[in-house]
Ligand binder design. Structure first.
Ligand SMILES: C[S@@+](CC[C@H](N)C(=O)[O-])C[C@H]1O[C@@H](n2cnc3c(N)ncnc32)[C@H](O)[C@@H]1O
Length: 277
């Protein structure tokens, strides 16, 4: 079949931009350039893969799971239903954290990615700074299988620990970064997320604040005297998380940042760091 025929087939099932994205990704061609190849013939194996993915999309699966791939910060990550699909706003968390690590910490700093899921945060930081000593941890054995696969695919040497928050963490870090579950049980979330993504990656008690409280209550036991904690937060959680920080941490400097859509989405906590922004 030709690219043009495959796109027509896809357009009957999903939006035309989605069929272009799907076919482009499968063929390794920029979706915007598919129009230059409309009469190219696609080999059967790839046609079969495209049709299988279309069927999955028709059945309500997210495109990233259908393709078993997501691009995060320019890197290809394997994803499936064992892990949360990495989000754009998390790229912003990584961008800012990387900036602060480079500005204020040693190039060999120890970094803990708590609740690593696919490994996207910790592996991206390691890829940006090969000398960092990065540990990925998660309560979910299945997530860690995916994180390990991604570490291997990306040729990144990191430590991987199965741990319920700090339960199996036995050392101290300069930086803890976390995008914990923060959706309140009564928050409305889209059907496609609810039906497909792991519940343990999404929901948290206490109005979505459970993990911030649990992490902040104990984190100083696992941090060096000079440290940074980076959090992704839900867009209405800034004030509540600031209260929790005040409850547990003394003499810290806190920076809140908005994402590209202007929503409060990131909090950075520093201790014994002379901040010049
Ligand atoms: C919102 S997801 C973030 C995944 C990934 N870091 C990302 O940003 O795409 C939260 C992650 O925290 C993990 N998690 C949930 N409860 C945990 C716990 N008690 N201890 C450690 N990890 C936990 C989940 O398995 C999930 O992978």
């Amino acid at each position: 079949m030709s690219i043009e025929e495959l796109l027509c087939l896809g357009n009957k099932v999903v939006h035309k931009d989605t069929s272009k994205l799907l076919l482009g990704t499968i063929l390794g061609i920029n979706p915007l350039e598919l129009n230059l190849h409309l009469h190219d013939i696609v080999e059967k194996e790839l046609v079969d893969k495209y049709q299988e993915c279309l069927k999955r999309l028709e059945d309500g699966e997210p495109i990233q799971y259908a393709l078993k791939n997501v691009n995060f910060y320019g890197l290809d990550f394997y994803v499936d239903e064992r892990v949360l699909i990495p989000r754009f706003e998390t790229e912003e968390l990584v961008f800012n954290t990387n900036y602060y690590i480079n500005k204020y910490f040693d190039f060999k700093a120890k970094v803990l990615d708590l609740g690593t899921g696919s490994g996207c945060i910790g592996l991206t930081l390691k890829n940006l700074n090969k000398n960092l000593d990065v540990t990925l941890s998660d309560i979910s054995k299945k997530s860690l299988e995916v994180a390990r696969l991604n570490a291997g695919n990306l040729h990144l040497d990191v430590n991987i620990i199965e741990s319920d928050l700090f339960s199996n963490i036995n050392s101290k870090f300069d930086v803890i970064i976390s995008n914990p579950p923060y959706v309140a049980f009564d928050d409305e979330i889209s059907e496609i997320v609810l039906r497909n993504e792991p519940k343990t990656a999404l929901f948290a008690g206490n109005d979505g604040l459970e993990y911030y409280e649990k992490i902040l209550a104990k984190c100083e036991n696992y941090l060096s005297s000079k440290f940074m904690v980076s959090f992704e937060i839900g867009c209405n959680q800034k004030e509540k998380v600031l209260e929790i920080i005040n409850k547990y941490l003394k003499d810290v400097k806190v920076i809140c940042k908005k994402d590209m859509s202007g929503r409060d989405r990131m909090i950075f906590i520093f201790k014994n760091v002379l901040i010049t922004e």
